[in-house]
Ligand binder design. Structure first.
Ligand code: MN
Length: 252
């Protein structure tokens, strides 16, 4: 009996995915794609990861039924028309099918008060879905004086520092006001979406973490905690905090 109760408490966590042909070419070769590091970390932290394909927007609500949390994974650039901007010269590859599903999915998850963790593109998608805007390319942006796209060859190690706002959710989770993180992004949040606050910045002012202002677990990080080594304390604290919030929701 006790075992059955324990099993029922495993939080069910939806993970967004990319639409990609994996280089194979052609519309009949399109795959749903995400790094295994995301579901692996959700599982390691005690959650049940469930991958969500990019469905029609009408299914955003039904897709969340029965879920206790939502993880917005990394991926391609959000199309600028989504946040009312024109494409700039160094905009990267976009994923319109994902944008169409993810925007209503995020808004519905927020409306339901689901715990939400957003990573890299996930942060940018969260900001766009709540009415915010993005900087389209940091490499050609004079204000981005820190290198945010570290060389992917070699070890996955912390690359630049971030300063964390006191009394933020991120501060509560990490118990620190400065940590070092990896950095694989070429975009960043610009104007904030409604209901969001900045919880960390790189030393050049680039937004590195956002969170909800409501007190619920809504956390977005611009770096990639999921690909850090399993003993990385920052990564563990983020995933364990997120899954704990999802577990509380399931138990409620
Ligand atoms: Mn960065």
């Amino acid at each position: 009996m006790g075992e059955r109760v324990t099993k029922a408490k495993i939080p069910r966590i939806g993970l967004t995915t990319s639409t990609d042909d994996g280089g194979a070419g052609g519309p009949d070769r399109v795959c749903i794609l995400t790094k295994t590091a995301y579901p692996n970390w959700v599982e390691r932290a005690g959650g049940l990861p469930l991958l969500l394909p990019n469905l029609s927007p009408e299914l955003a609500g039904p897709a969340l039924d029965g879920l206790d949390g939502l993880l917005l994974t990394g991926g391609k650039d959000v199309h600028p028309l989504v946040y009312g901007a024109e494409p700039e010269r160094y905009l990267g590859t976009t994923d319109p099918q994902r944008d169409r599903f993810e925007m209503p999915l995020i808004r519905e998850a927020l409306a339901r008060g689901l715990p939400l963790l957003a990573i890299c593109r996930g942060l940018q998608a969260l900001n766009a879905a709540t009415g915010g805007t993005l900087r389209q390319d940091l490499a050609s942006d004079a204000d981005a004086t820190v290198q945010h796209r570290m060389d992917v060859v070699g070890e996955n190690v912390p690359h630049h520092s971030i300063e964390i706002e006191r009394d933020s959710l991120l501060h509560l989770l990490l118990g620190a006001t400065r940590v070092a993180v990896n950095s694989y992004h070429h975009q960043a949040a610009d104007q904030l979406g409604e209901g969001l606050r900045v919880s960390a910045r790189a030393l050049d002012g680039t937004i590195e973490a956002l969170e909800g202002a409501s007190g619920r677990f809504v956390l977005a990080v611009q770096w990639h905690p999921e690909v850090m080594p399993a003993d990385n304390e920052v990564t563990r604290a983020i995933f364990e905090g997120f899954v704990a919030a999802c577990r509380s929701r399931r138990g409620a």
